[in-house]
Design a protein around this ligand. Structure first.
Ligand code: ZN
Length: 257
């Protein structure tokens, strides 16, 4: 779920004992793409806005890719011109509204889905309009189109409040179910609501994920708690420029300081 935009850029790598070399990767967080007239949680961007944002990236010589591709490029010492694009929850509108635009602008993406709610809706958002989630066939279609499929847990629960049994099921079982559903290895996890603690990070690492996305994980930042920047309907070109610049300033590595 989205949190306040202002809190999302507030992370400072200067507090970290071991910041990774190079700027912290820029990973954008989207949810739904469609009509945003009734959107109390600010999780929706219109297709027109998404297209503007993808065009803006390309104009600046940047390209959106999946988080797995972004991390692989960075591991090769590459990837400075890549931006991670993530879509949480696995809304059905990803296939109808986001995917055609990603294709048009030659971008990849990671889609974090909930294998415990296939074909269901966002019942965890009490105020929001009900939005349908992808079915198993829809997720397979996205995967076949080259979209990286990651896990968002089974049913969208706050892992910091889950007991041991639920934590394991949400993290490990969701990975197994998605591997079966897509026929591929599932490398990425995404914490529901962005809430994360050391116990959740450990569970995600032990379940075999290569990385995990959070929102603003502070001192937990690392491959299994990657910060992301909320990008929404209000993010016109100049706001994107500001967010991108702030990210580069605030998340600059601290070597030599
Ligand atoms: Zn979510």
């Amino acid at each position: 779920m989205a949190t306040s935009v202002d809190s999302l850029d507030s992370f400072d790598t200067g507090r970290l004992p071991a910041a990774p070399p190079g700027p912290v990767p820029w990973v954008a967080m989207y949810h739904s793409v469609g009509d945003c007239s009734d959107d109390p949680y600010r999780i929706t961007a219109t297709p027109e806005r998404l297209e503007e944002q993808l065009a803006w990236l390309r104009r600046r010589g940047l390209r959106g890719v999946s988080v797995a591709d972004l991390l692989a490029a960075r591991a090769r010492g590459d990837g400075r011109h890549l931006v991670g694009l993530t879509f949480d929850d696995g809304y059905a509108d990803f296939v109808t509204d986001a995917l055609p635009l990603l294709r048009r602008w030659d971008c990849g993406a990671t889609l974090f889905v909930l294998p415990g709610r296939l074909g269901g809706d966002n019942a965890w958002d009490p105020l929001g309009p009900r939005k349908p989630l992808l079915t198993a066939a829809g997720i397979r279609y996205a995967a076949a189109e080259g979209v990286e499929i990651g896990s968002h847990g089974l049913t969208h629960v706050d892992l910091t409040r889950a007991d041991d049994l639920a934590l394991k099921a949400e993290v490990a079982e969701s990975r197994e179910r998605l591997a079966e559903l897509t026929g591929t290895r599932i490398d990425g996890f995404c914490y529901p609501y962005g809430t994360v603690d050391a116990r959740a990070v450990r569970a995600v690492r032990e379940a075999g994920y290569a990385y995990a996305c959070a929102i603003d994980p502070g001192p937990l930042t690392g491959p299994h708690a990657l910060p992301r920047v909320h990008i929404g309907q209000n993010d016109t070109a100049w706001r994107l420029r500001l967010k991108h610049r702030l990210h580069r300033l605030r998340r600059r590595p601290v070597e030599g300081r």
